[in-house]
Design a protein around this ligand. Sequence first.
Ligand code: PGA
Length: 248
Amino acid sequence: MSPPPRKLVAGNWKMNGLDDALAEALELARELTARPPNCRVALCPPATLVHRLHEALRGGAIEVGAQTCHAETSGAYTGEVSAEMLRDAGAHLVILGHSERRTYAGETNEDVSRKVLAALRAGLEPVVCVGETLAQREAGEAFDVVGGQMDGSLPEALQGRRFALAYEPVWAIGTGLTPAIDDIEAMHAFIRSRLDERFSTSSAPILYGGSVNPKNAAAILGAREVGGALVGGASLRAEDFLPIVRAE
Ligand code: PGA
């Protein structure tokens, strides 16, 4: 059996980052060049910074990703950015189906599935997000919700392709709350078995996301079936993100 893939620790800058954010990324890059990380490291800035970050980080240990893409290649879709454009700008990954996009942009599982196809077409590695709300967890529906999101958001075309899943309980995002390690492990085991059923050869890492910080990162990254972390707020500053990367 081949060894498990290296974990992936990805920063999701969301709608944050102007010119001075490049300095944070460069500081992180310097640290990781001096002492290479044990995991893959990615930064997903807003679309405006993808190309500049790609140029600034060229040849280093940090991969650049985007936060969404349109399903079509090009055309009359004012305001949209295609997967091909993001690849052209230097992105290698793309976060898809983040709960903020599902909530604020009304993205459905079907939309996410089409975007996954676009990412694969363009040569971007999709990082597909799933996760339940607090009401759903309290109603005992967390596994059904996540299973349904996986069924709807992951097209068959992922078979044999490189991709990642991110389990992000909605109630843990930006709140400082995290599930108990046992609950993370239970959900990740469920996601793994569901992936195994559908994608026989998949070794896709299953990231955990939601209030990961320098204090809880080691415990979370050390949990069974946790293949990395998707980090929001704590990825904006090198001094917060670096200890999370180093926790692996
Ligand atoms: P957070 O966000 O780390 O700020 O909770 C995580 C995410 O939304 O990916």
